[in-house]
Design a protein around this ligand. Sequence first.
Ligand code: GTP
Ligand code: MG
Length: 460
Amino acid sequence: MIQEDTISAVITAPGNAAVGIVRIGGADALKIADIMFFAASGKKLEDYPSHTMVYGFVKDEKGAAIDEVLAVYMQAPRSYTAEDVVEIQCHGGMQSLRHILRLTFLYGARAAEPGEFTKRAFLNGRIDLVQAEAVMDIINSKSAAALKVAVQQQEGFLSGKLKAIRKELKDVIVHLEAVIDYPEEDIEDVTYQEVTDAIRNAKEETESLLQGAHTGKILKEGLRTAIIGRPNVGKSSLLNTLLKEDRALVSEFEGTTRDVIEEQLVIGGVPVLLADTAGIHDTEDFVEKLGVERSRAFLDKAELIMAVLDGTQPLTADDEAILTAVKGKNTVFVVNKTDIAESVITEALAERVPRKNIIEISAKTKEGVDLLENWLQEYVYGSNRQSDEEIYIQNERQINLLRQAQESLTDAVNAAEERLPYDCLTIDVDRALTLMGEITGETVRDEIINEIFARFCVGK
Ligand SMILES: Nc1nc2c(ncn2[C@@H]2O[C@H](COP(=O)(O)OP(=O)(O)OP(=O)(O)O)[C@@H](O)[C@H]2O)c(=O)[nH]1
Ligand SMILES: [Mg+2]
């Protein structure tokens, strides 16, 4: 499905850099390059074997040299888009790049739209939609773990898994249709059992993929976490300790932090959006009151709460109010200041909340911070911590489609268990198949494809 137009764009980031790259893709890429590129050897680019780096100059329409460059021709289908591609590496200043780009337009290329190169790779069947979306995730990765997931997706881990599930479901449909077309009473029972097992199996595999989605989303977007507690328990000290930087003011006075301080950091490999908040308590001070309101708002919108308590003092009424406020939320209870004395509240606390969610630390000496890191890793990865085989879907579109597919499969399993007519089953299984096909792009509509690629940057 080779596209007609030849397109070009600067594919490196704007700004001054040692090297910048202009990519030309499409049927006329080589022809256009050979008008403007002059190899030092005197030969044409087309005289060299594909994928050879050639040294030379780009000259403008009057024959004036624009820049000293390296050019490489990548013959279809062994290129990013699976079409003919030429890339010209020049010096990374905007002037040189702009001139070279202008010449490509002059000789017949048009400006590539955002994501158009990757879209062509998809339309030409070199990659599927999951892999195309992974390209963007690789570029936007916020942590090493998120990058690893994106690269796995690019390599086709998820696509392979989905393909296997879809194959299973296609077999079910073929099986069902055969029975609908040629009903033979005596094979009914066997068929029902086989079909039900196959659908249930596909449903379970889908569920296990969805379990990884929670991890995937955190790795991609960061775990939204709020440090909450009454004044002076050491919330800001904890933020500073985790950040390894004196970011927030710390003092022995209550109400030091009045506004929310948000920081992005990686704790034990987990990207976290961490908010230090004002101590929650009853106060008459107007500004402090506003701060407390903000803290409560963050408490509501965070996925995870780090509830900090002062381990050297018995639980106070303010602590109690916080324990009530975090009920039903994912919370790790951080008992602080263990360097001063052994905690006097851990036992009492353990009667109210699971012991495994209580971590004793000293924000001052950093003792116990490793336990908090371990807790976070366990929270994010569950028991299958950072296993290489695990698939963590991190794309919202893919997760939504997979959820719907899983619902259809649940309907199908129920229909099979109730021994509803075969066509009822077929409808549900078919829907699940279509939804999964939308993830990889096999059954997706053009508008959706356009929408996905429009979110890419120019040059990708
Ligand atoms: N010994 C000891 N002192 C600590 C520890 N953590 C905090 N502190 C002290 O406790 C006091 C309060 O610490 P902050 O971090 O400002 O407490 P906060 O919870 O942010 O307080 P507000 O912002 O007022 O709500 C300061 O004097 C800190 O030095 C700790 O682990 N050990
Ligand atoms: Mg503070």
